[in-house]
Ligand binder design. Structure first.
Ligand code: RIB
Ligand code: CA
Length: 352
């Protein structure tokens, strides 16, 4: 047998590169900032996805009042982590109410529990044994970003109160955030741009308009996922059936919580707001984006909490900053990615 020729250095390098599995890249460090509530709430459905993405390192879950009270966001996120066996991920208490916005009687008749710091009812199966961290969410966000400059992405899928408070607390904070991916707003000048809470305001921005304005004007690189794109993502029984056909702790929870609703009304659909923002971190080619100047109205009048976007600044919109705004979705590829990740077995808890 002929002796093998020694490989030159460049051949070795090429072989190493080709052999390196895609997953060998360092995972993206993310903070999961959320107005969490138990499934079928979209924040929980987003966490199921993110937990099974090896591309992401969830450094912590920071909670905020929004869909429900802060107490519910804390209790429910602790419980979901316990049920899915991911108790290594720390949960932090954030803002219990918006910076300025006072809830009115009108708000109490609409969606959300942000205006009332109500205690949490026990999640199904009882409160988690896992405890919330003693450090506040805002301290955690500031510390994590300052200790990892330019490396941390914040996935912000609730009102932006915690992020605005982090900016106020540490003036150097904004410059050190890698990127913000925000579910919020609705761009009325683009198709499908009406509001879902007031005629033109989207819920997360409406709950804390002042925080939304502070964050959008921060200069942090932002990808904005507004209602314009959420309206392309309609979760139906077809996809629910594919998820619950696989048995994992997460899919069992989805079945328990969504099964009765789909049995009663098989034609129902739910918009996948926050899931799109999370999928952006895994495959941004799923979304069409345009670069727009966007600002948020904080005048206490008919357009409180409305986001306005345009390709150029406009009179009165001088504070608007440029950001990437998602407008359209490759639904087929997105939903396949979503179902594939949610039905994966959760990776064993990484060492911290
Ligand atoms: O408007 C939709 C957004 O409001 C989603 O993030 C939903 O979870 C609520 O927070
Ligand atoms: Ca949310």
């Amino acid at each position: 047998m002929k002796p093998m020729k020694p490989m030159c250095a460049c051949t070795v390098l090429l072989a190493l590169l080709v052999a390196a599995p895609a997953g060998a890249q360092q995972p993206q460090k993310i903070i999961f900032d959320t107005d969490f509530a138990y499934p079928p709430q979209d924040d929980a459905m987003t966490l199921f996805f993110a937990l099974n993405c090896p591309e992401l390192q969830i450094m912590g879950i920071t909670t905020v009042a929004g869909n429900k009270s802060l107490n519910v966001a804390v209790a429910d996120s602790l419980k979901v982590l316990e049920v899915t066996g991911r108790t290594e991920i720390p949960v932090f208490r954030g803002a219990a109410s918006p910076l300025m916005h006072q809830g009115t009687e009108w708000d109490t008749k609409r969606h959300g529990g942000w205006y009332a710091n109500e205690p949490a009812p026990a999640p199904p199966g009882g409160f988690a044994k896992k405890k919330v961290e003693s450090l506040s969410a805002v301290d955690f966000i500031v510390n994590t970003v300052m200790q990892n400059p330019g490396q941390v992405t914040i996935l912000a899928i609730g009102p932006l109160t915690n992020i605005a408070m982090a900016m106020r607390m540490e003036p150097g904070f904004a410059a050190k955030v890698k990127q913000l991916v925000i579910m919020g707003g609705a761009i009325a000048s683009l198709p499908d741009g009406g509001g879902n809470h007031t005629p033109n305001a989207e819920f997360n921005f409406y709950v804390d308009p002042e925080a939304a304005q502070i964050v959008l004007r921060s200069g942090i690189p932002i990808v904005l996922s507004p209602l314009n794109i959420s309206r392309k993502a309609r979760f139906s029984k077809e996809w629910y059936d594919k998820i619950v056909a696989v048995d994992t702790p997460a899919t069992r929870l989805i079945k328990e919580r969504m099964g009765p609703g789909f049995e009663k009304s098989p034609e129902r659909v739910g918009l996948m707001y926050d899931q799109i923002a999370a999928a952006t971190l895994i495959d941004p080619t799923l979304m069409k984006t345009v670069e727009l100047y966007v600002d948020v109205d904080i005048n206490h009048a008919a357009n409180y909490g409305v986001s306005v976007g345009a390709p150029q600044p406009w009179p009165g919109g001088e504070g608007a900053r440029k950001m990437m705004v998602q407008t359209d979705l490759d639904w087929d590829r997105f939903i396949r990615l979503y179902v594939e990740r949610v039905t994966r077995s959760s990776p064993s808890a990484p060492k911290r």
